[in-house]
Design a protein around this ligand. Structure first.
Ligand SMILES: Nc1ncnc2c1ncn2[C@@H]1O[C@H](COP(=O)(O)OP(=O)(O)O)[C@@H](O)[C@H]1O
Ligand SMILES: [Mg+2]
Length: 418
């Protein structure tokens, strides 16, 4: 990964919870609440690779189980016993624990002394019940996140509720704005494998693409990705779509998993431009993202599709922020449109931005291979997308905007053709 990817602010400005690796976790609970937390954690997107099993019976059941069988990677034990009992039982448990097994204790008392004592005995974490699912997921994640991996990037997936609603254009502009206004390392991934336009829109003609990853997905380490990415500017790199039709892309759903893990470990901001298709790998990729942005135009088909997308996303991601909504192409002359307030009400989701239909501006940007901030930095639509970027970046403030004087000039000179 190029060095620019490793530095700078990340979207949201906060640390992410790194995905838990392929480990086995067994929990021995005393309360139904804690068992419920274990079962919800098992379906959290960060735990998809892990195997979680919750039993009842607390410490006694754990001792019973491990006297005769090997211990898994992580043992979670809930105990409402007093300190002395917990310590005595832990000592017994340690006789059966295989080296490498991590132990998490879930107790009832918020007692820092007990916490310190348990940690000094080699317990990985002490959590206080009742707890929420993310507390538990974070605890397991921290056991396995290396120091390097802790500073993980944020993946934002952008998907249109219908084809042609401008989701790619918005994704490219957001990636460009993060890299330019925030000078933060950003990788834009164009997942529209057959027809992607990121290369065209960013005025790049890359010879390498995601096509190479489709062939050997397990090899997508940072060296390979470095070779496949093109650098568009100091802070923006592009993993382009092959945009060739010599092959089809009905690939297994895990095809891009290694690649995204690698990107997360090396790049603060990862923007995914997803195609408007519903394949297994698109679904898996969007489900695994930290943030999801749906782009919709104000008509009935968009509303229906956005509703369906929200339903599956909310159901599969109960511990995550709701997807965000950007209304695009609003106000086409003479076109009957669904009012934005009605659209938002039907979805129970306020749009983070409303982008007007502007054929002249977007048409010029597309034909010149320019981003809006290059072409017309002072345009209201450009500012709207800068506001979107700012909202995504959370508390981080943009660097003072350097107006790109070459932008308009380049367009006059027909930069694309040169
Ligand atoms: N707000 C807008 N007003 C006018 N044209 C737009 C707007 N947003 C995008 N477009 C244009 O619409 C076309 C389709 O956009 P694209 O981003 O490829 O859509 P999608 O990725 O959703 O299929 C492009 O030519 C783009 O320039
Ligand atoms: Mg697209």
């Amino acid at each position: 990964m190029s060095s620019q990817g490793r530095t700078g602010a990340a979207l949201g400005g906060e640390g992410q919870i790194a995905a838990v690796p392929r480990v086995t976790i067994q929990a021995f609970c005393e309360s139904g609440d804690t068992a419920a937390v274990m079962n919800s954690a098992a379906t959290d997107r960060r735990m998809l690779k892990a195997h979680v099993k919750a039993h009842m019976g607390g410490m006694n059941a754990a001792l019973e189980a491990y006297r005769s069988s090997p211990t898994p990677n992580v043992v979670v034990i809930e105990s409402t016993s007093d300190r002395a009992t917990i310590l005595a039982q832990l000592e017994e448990l340690s006789e059966y624990c295989d080296p490498g097994t991590k132990v998490i204790i879930v107790g009832r008392s918020n007692d820092i002394h007990l916490y310190r004592e348990l940690i000094s005995l080699g317990v990985s974490d002490y959590l206080v019940a009742p707890m929420n699912v993310l507390t538990f997921v974070t605890s397991v994640s921290n056991i396995y996140a290396s120091d390097a991996g802790k500073n993980v990037g944020r993946v934002t997936a952008i998907l249109g509720a219908k084809g042609g609603v401008g989701s790619s254009t918005i994704a490219h502009n957001i990636a460009y704005n993060i890299a330019t206004s925030y000078e933060a390392g950003t990788v834009l991934v164009d997942f529209d494998l057959g027809f992607g336009t990121a290369g065209l829109n960013l005025n790049q003609d890359p010879v390498t693409s995601l096509g190479d990853i489709v062939q050997t997905p397990e090899r997508a380490d940072s060296n390979i990705l470095d070779r496949l990415m093109v650098k568009c500017s100091d802070h923006l790199s592009l993993l382009a779509a092959p945009a060739m039709l010599d092959t089809t892309y009905d690939v297994p759903d895990s095809t891009f998993e290694t690649m995204l893990d690698t990107l997360r470990a090396t790049t603060p901001n990862i923007i995914l431009d997803l195609p408007h298709t519903w394949t297994a790998w698109v679904r898996r990729t969007i489900m695994a993202a930290d943030d999801v942005i749906l782009v919709a135009a104000p008509d009935l088909a968009n509303l229906r599709n956005a509703r369906n997308l929200l339903d599956v996303l909310n159901a599969a991601r109960p511990n995550d922020a709701k997807p965000r909504l950007i209304m695009n192409m609003v106000g086409v002359q003479k076109r009957p449109e669904i009012a934005i307030t009605d659209f938002a009400k039907a979805l129970d989701l306020e749009p983070m931005a409303i982008v007007p239909f502007d054929a002249k501006l977007f048409g010029a940007a597309a034909n010149n291979g320019q981003m809006l901030a290059e072409l017309e930095p002072n345009n209201k639509v450009t500012e709207t997308l800068l506001d979107v970027t700012k909202a995504l970046m959370g508390r981080a403030e943009p660097k003072p905007v350097k107006r790109n004087l070459l932008g308009p000039l380049a367009s006059l000179l027909g930069r694309k053709a040169s």
